[in-house]
Design a protein. Sequence first.
Length: 949
Amino acid sequence: MSTRPARRETAVAAAAEPGTDVTPPARAPDRPEASAPPIATLRVPEVFAATGGSPRGLAPAEAAARRARHGPNELPPVSRRHVRRLLVAQFTDLFAVVLLVSSAITFLAYWLERPRDPATLQLALAILAVVLLNAGIGFAQEYSAERTAESLQAMVPHTCRVLRDAVRRELPARELVPGDLVVLEAGDAVPADCRLVEAQEAAVNNAALTGESDPVARVAEPVPPGPPLQTRNCLFMGTDLVAGTGKAVVFATGAATEFGRIFRLAATAPRQKTPLQLQVAVMARRVAGVALATGALLFAVRVPSGQPFVDTFVFSLGVMVALVPEGLPATLSVSLAIGVRRMARRHALVKQLLAVEALGSTSVICTDKTGTLTQAEMTVVRLWADGVPHAVTGVGYAPVGEVADAGSVRELLRAAALCGNARLVPPAGRDPWRVLGDTTEGALLVAARKAGLDPAAEEARTPRVAEHPFDSVRKLMSTVHRAADGGLFAYAKGAPLELLSRCDAVRSGGTRTPLTDDERRRVAAAADDMAGQGLRVLAVARREIAGPRPQVEEAETGLTLLGLAGMYDPPRPEVRDAVDACRRAGVRIVMVTGDHPLTAEAVARRVGIVREPDPTVVTGPQLDALDDSGLDSLLAGSTELLLCRVSPEHKMRVVTALRRRGEVVAVTGDGANDAPALKHADIGVAMGASGTDVAREAAVMVLLDDSFASITTAVGLGRSVYRNIRKFLIYLFSHNIAELAPILAATFAGFPLVPITAVQILAIDLGSDVLPALALGAEPMEPDVMNSPPRPRRERLFSAAVMGRILFLGGIQALGVCAVFFWHVNASGIPYADFTRSDPVYREAITMVQAGIVVSQFFNALAVRTDRQSVFRAGLFGNPWLLAAGCFGIGLMAAISYAPPLQAVFRTAPLAPADWAVLAAFGALLLAAEEVRKWALRRRRPRPEGGTP
Ligand code: ATP
């Protein structure tokens, strides 16, 4: 299944809509829909008969035939927003409406005026061109953003386990067909609509369909027909198995599923804008307001001074249009989309643009241990039984190595191997030995095989009759087996302290002896010794069962301890540097693990999270004893904090408390019950390779390689995106001042004509500004992004510092262009009142103003590249796109100045080399002024703060 809804709430809303209630899952495949008996009411053998399936699963040939008949198990490709609607939206946006109305008025003015001035027509056409161009860019951006989102979704791995001809396989979920027998475990997303035929303690979360996230129990027995989602033996695509295990027969796939129908309704939901986009939209609207007011002001000032009415009206309108920051929203989405793409290239898939900006201000990362900081490549290296340690040799999942004195740990390893669901897959082609399922359990299987045991043969000898699956609250699991004599017994394995508390005996010298307090302490010391070496420790136990099939409590109490297994999981080599980067960046790392405190501390030391001799180590039970204020002071006090033996509920509580303190929290999670914490955090990070579908669904970011280092990289990239956005905003808004200032100055100085025409301003905005702004949005990550503390959560994009910089740069530009204009005009000696539009001096002067803005924007683009560092140190040529975009703008300006057809349109004149030299000198002055400002800033504040400019 490659498509899942990006936003579940919408699916819920759609499901709740009147008239969209789901139909009962009465269809069995390969049978006419209407006459089919409700599959829920059938007994298990009848389910197989009705679907053409079998307890061995489908034969591959039959599956292929059904695949041809039913098509892939995929949701229909739904274009999220219809292309036409997307296009229309570009023209109904506020800016577009303002511009369209302006264009219409200008056309009207051209039609009314006598004699008709071609300049008015040009302006009307130019405004229309702006609308079309802008709509084109906007459409292209949004369309490609939708496609990106789709392809990103498709990259999220989505497979399922299926029995085909009695062989368990892992298949892409799209290959599922009706009649297939799927094998499900807690944490799996249900890949199609199916009917349970086997269920152990199964519970499902139907939130995607009903909005109700409490787990509900599911069974395999027939039930009377009723509302489909409450049918206690059916599972639906898009929901999640949150507890237990089971097998289920598929009865509907792809679009035929309930989810498929609701997905189509949900798929048209509008996208949400990020706070950053909203801030920019608000700012853009304010600027549009200023533009409108300026236009009105100019009109009001110029009409009484005897200017022709229509001329003045058209002029004021042109100024207003020119000041509207047309390309801004599109530039912003491009910048965010570039961030998403860069993160994807560095193994971090971001599902929402929102996460890109939140990542930039992340102040705490709560991280798991296994798989994120370590490689999740478990190898049992030590066993302990009856007071004696046993070394195990060999590395990885190849069952090659030896167990010292294997005979005396046989029962321990037999129990460890049978009490689990992982499978060892032999090497195929270039693939080495692999584990299918939980790597902890895989490592135990490997150890058993090293001791000469054949887990499959052992399983056949004492088949499993029940299972109480692992969950991270109990921290243990158990299986019940039938012995050769027909009696029952249970095996259990789990975290040492948890399991030990359920044991009342220990196996010693081959017999069961009571577990005295002394003996308990000895076992705990052995576990601590292994954990202190950074090993993950599991205790293993057994109990005989007298009566019929036992309940969980019975199978997991009164146990006899068989021994301990310690497994090594090497740290990921890249994590140490990533941890150092977080330290420099002021991002705090809190390790949150279900593991033993000593294991956690040893691993934390290895990867550099802990450096002090006494880090704060707090366990789940200790957290329980803290009230909210106690938890707050714990989080406020200790810098090196390890939370161990915690459950997902603790994780959730810690995330909530951190957010309450104003932190921006990223939290990792892989299990089904991590979903609440993932949803609650600012950035929920799920594991792409090893995590469950539930976690991936709840997270906003999925790590393709599961590595902590990828989170750090994403934080750096998030910061860099934010910086880049700030850069082009400063760049764009500062030049607006330079466009406005000469117009206002001329108006108030009593100069009868405009120092820059509306068409010229549009040429600047669309010729010289858009491309450099885009290039600034794509600036490479600066090496120092991770050298300053995170940006405060509440920092506004248009902070006082940013506004100050816009005024500083814009002010210098404004002074420069006003100077060149009046210098030119005054040097000619012609009285102001005698100037006409065709006067060569006037044409030269307005050309100088336009070229002055273009040239100074070239230097401005270089200046805004750094916040406080000298651009000469950062490297002037670090962004070749920016230079190319700047040169394009200057080339265009030269064409406007020298090419006769363009001269006719823009009423410009050819500039002399000396003019260009003056403008270049003035641009260099702007850069120099910025360098002085940055130097002063560096002197005043030697250390950067929050990355503020
Ligand atoms: P980590 O931070 O290392 O990823 P976690 O938070 O995922 O750990 P859990 O998977 O909840 O921790 O495991 C908690 C403890 O439960 C482990 O330390 C181990 O002793 C035990 N345990 C883990 N997996 C199993 C399993 N499959 N069967 C039995 N016990 C297990």
